[in-house]
Design a protein around this ligand. Structure first.
Ligand code: LLP
Length: 412
């Protein structure tokens, strides 16, 4: 939903140059059409299979984005009490919420039980015991899946790969049946699923398919042992193409590759996609402050920095950077850097790009997932606003922070 018309970059029908001039920069801009299309791609492709698409809130937890998805019927995958609060504030249905994560606190479990969430994806036996005790106190039953660690290599960045036995996540799949067995003594727990998530930004989904095979095998064995397993949670993980060299299946093709296995199993399926729903739907708009050259190196200094978008600094991630207004000048090769006082503060390195001048706007693409949510106030920089585009209309759905916001809650 970001494309040029003549020489101007648009988000849906909104020219980004106008938006940036009026809302200021840096600013996150999201296309509602693109978010909804990606959500519907999962929902439609799963079609007649019993299913729930639980959007992974961590990817982009803006209330307006959650509200858009809630209205479309989405469920939500949360990893904290804060994310549950956001879902509820946005009008999401708690009975479609699954709670994942390796370190849920008692207060978070209480809040989730009180809100009537659908179930917990559990990662340790002590967590099962805690949920059972809190459910008993409340006089309710809690549905759970064990997140199994299938020891499959997701072949993605090491920080976001989670399915190997050396990672902190899940319970070793070879021990899972015994853990489900021991969990029978917890009378307030209902073992209604098996869950699995092997990592994020997975371009070749074959490791996911391998993990699904292992999880299905476990689910069948558990059913044979009398556990009331009804669904399989496949986690998230389908990547997006951040540059032209990267290839990843479209959402319908990915779902199709799972369909036969899932139908045969008779289980309902939950998916927890984050990045593939919101990633390409967002851009970070920045303004060029200065051009400078150190020796042979060319720098484009912009007003967005690593505190706004940390992915390049943290994962060496590539984000395409496009001029908001195209010119006819030959390309330059430059580092795009921000004002933060670290050499690690860059949005792109040695990048062939448009020959831009101070005052020009740039769009850092594919920043809708793990962009704003990972932003910080480092260097006491107010966080950027978030803007939602719907057709020819746009609105600020999170205001730019002020200096007062920076010191809120502090005392001398
Ligand atoms: N489910 C679970 C249990 C997860 O841990 C995650 C992501 C997802 C679903 C959603 O995965 P997705 O569909 O978005 O790949 N900050 C990193 C990504 C961290 C992903 C963490 N878990 C980045 O910027 O690449």
């Amino acid at each position: 939903m970001f494309s040029y018309s003549a020489n101007d970059l648009y988000c849906e029908q909104v020219p980004l140059a106008d938006l940036a001039a009026r809302a200021g920069t840096p600013a996150y801009v999201y296309s509602s059409q693109s978010i909804l299309a990606n959500y519907r791609a999962y929902d439609d492709a799963l079609g007649d299979l019993p299913h729930l698409v639980c959007y992974a809130v961590k990817a982009n937890s803006s209330l307006a984005v959650l509200a858009l998805l809630a209205r479309a019927g989405a469920g939500f995958d949360i990893v904290s009490g804060g994310e549950l609060y956001r879902v509820i504030q946005a009008g999401g249905d708690p009975s479609k919420v699954v709670f994942s994560g390796v370190g849920k606190t008692a207060a978070e479990v209480e809040y989730a039980l009180a809100s009537g969430i659908r179930g917990f994806n559990c990662e340790s036996e002590s967590e099962l015991a805690l949920i059972d005790a809190l459910a008993a106190r409340r006089g309710v039953k809690a549905a759970f899946s064990i997140r199994v660690n299938p020891d499959v290599d997701a072949a993605t960045h090491p920080y976001i790969s989670t399915g190997l036995s050396r990672h902190k996540f899940g319970i070793d799949i070879r021990e899972a049946a015994a853990v489900y067995g021991r969990a029978r003594r917890h009378t307030c727990l209902v073992a209604d699923g098996v869950s699995c998530h092997i990592g994020s930004q997975i371009l070749d989904p074959s490791p996911i398919l391998e993990a699904v095979d292992k999880a299905l095998e476990l689910a069948a064995a558990l059913r044979a042992q009398g556990h009331p397993i009804r669904h399989l949670d496949l986690g998230g993980g389908l990547g997006i193409a951040y540059n032209e060299r990267e290839k990843t299946p479209a959402i319908p093709a990915y779902v199709e590759s799972l369909r036969a296995k899932l139908r045969e199993s008779g289980l309902a399926v939950t998916v927890e996609p984050g990045r593939s729903i919101v990633g390409a739907a967002g851009a970070l708009i920045a303004r060029v402050l200065y051009r400078k050259r150190n020796g042979s190196k060319e720098f484009v200094v912009v007003d967005a920095a690593m505190n706004d978008l940390i992915r390049p600094s943290l994962y060496g991630a590539y984000h395409e950077i496009m001029p908001v207004r195209r010119n006819r000048l030959p390309q330059i090769v430059a580092d795009v850097v921000g004002p933060v006082c670290e050499s690690g503060d860059f949005l792109a390195r040695d990048r062939p790009m448009a020959d831009v001048m101070p005052g020009d706007f740039l769009a850092v693409r594919d920043a809708g997932a793990y962009g704003f949510v990972l932003s910080s106030n480092y260097n006491s920089r107010p966080r950027a606003p978030e803007i939602l585009v719907e057709g020819a209309a746009w609105r600020i759905v999170r205001a730019r922070e002020t200096h007062e916001d920076l010191v809120r809650g502090e005392t001398l």
